[in-house]
Ligand binder design. Structure first.
Ligand code: T3D
Length: 263
């Protein structure tokens, strides 16, 4: 499949997806979702990949659903947005969470509506200081989707989640980092080098261990402590048999840096 709405690159263990409709602040269309599904399938199917970057082209990260696809002229039937969520947003959010490698989101500018929540579905979010997060849904008569009602209270607590969802107010990247909504806020000029260093670090990391940590952390939301201890035991048991664990211990014992293969 050739891409017109995203850019996709991969190499040296790193996959990079750039939302690429800058004149529309990279808002999601049906066509962009189809390309994202294709790119995600390529990432999932390529065992050489060890980290994924998601970012946006131009001055914005993503302004959510392209509203030009949602206009309802008088006398016409509204779009069934339950169906588009099922077809587009649900697979994207679940796909990001299920990928067995870390997903870094570099929020280069405004992240609004589903754009904000797709960012929150990623594993590590680094935002430029000028970026903002806007739960814009209430401004157009909708509720936060793309996982917003799941991620927000878990990340920042119910009081702040409610405030964000019910006002649609802009949250600065600095405030988002202070609240624990995202991992880091950096100066605009630092976004690219900081993210690049993180990508290099994670591309050389023990990928299976990172994937297991991601899986366990996601599972914990619905688990008791007892169940979570079982999850940790089972995942750790498998990691105990991995090449990277063997290498990690050998490198520690030999007082040398480890060379992880991701296996
Ligand atoms: O429908 C379903 O399937 C259900 C799922 C829904 C998920 C959702 O995401 S619903 C929420 C949709 N998003 C929004 O409501 C946000 C709309 N955008 C804005 O509120 C503002 O654009 C921003 C606050 C994000 C940024 O403001 P600003 O002033 O920096 O930029 P701007 O001038 O508003 O936008 C620049 C251009 O992008 C502009 O086009 P123009 O005038 O230069 O020709 C604007 O119309 C366009 N644009 C921005 N967001 C969207 C968009 N075009 C289409 N859809 C957008 N969402």
């Amino acid at each position: 499949m050739s891409y017109e709405n995203i850019l996709f690159q991969s190499g040296a263990g790193i996959a990079r997806i750039t939302l690429n409709r800058p004149d529309r602040l990279n808002s999601f269309t049906d066509a962009m979702h189809a390309e994202l599904r294709d790119a995600m399938a390529r990432v999932k199917g390529d065992a050489s990949l060890r980290v994924l970057l998601l970012t946006g082209a131009g001055r914005g990260f993503c302004a959510g659903q392209d509203l030009s696809e949602r206009e309802v002229p008088p006398g016409t039937e509204p779009v069934d947005i339950g169906a588009t969520i099922e077809r587009n947003y649900k697979p994207l959010v679940l796909g990001l969470q299920a990928l067995p490698l870390p997903v870094i989101c570099a929020v280069n500018g405004v992240a609004a509506g589903a754009g904000a929540n797709v960012a929150l579905a990623c594993d590590i979010v680094v935002a430029a200081k000028s970026a903002t997060f806007i739960q814009a849904f209430c401004r157009i008569g909708l509720l936060p989707d793309a996982g917003g009602t799941y991620f927000l209270p878990r990340l920042v607590g119910t009081a702040r989640a409610m405030g964000l969802a019910l006002t649609g107010d802009k949250l600065t990247a600095e405030q988002a980092a202070q609240w624990g909504l995202i991992w880091r806020c950096v100066e605009d000029a630092e976004l690219q080098p900081v993210v690049e260093a993180l990508l290099q670090q994670l591309a050389a990391a023990p990928t299976r261990a990172l994937a297991a940590a991601k899986e366990a952390l996601h599972a914990s939301a619905g688990n008791t402590l007892r169940t979570q201890l079982d999850v940790e035991r089972d995942l750790q048991q498998a990691l105990g048999r991995s090449d990277d664990f063997r290498e990690g211990v050998a490198a520690f014992r030999a007082k040398r840096p480890p060379c992880f293969s991701g296996r």
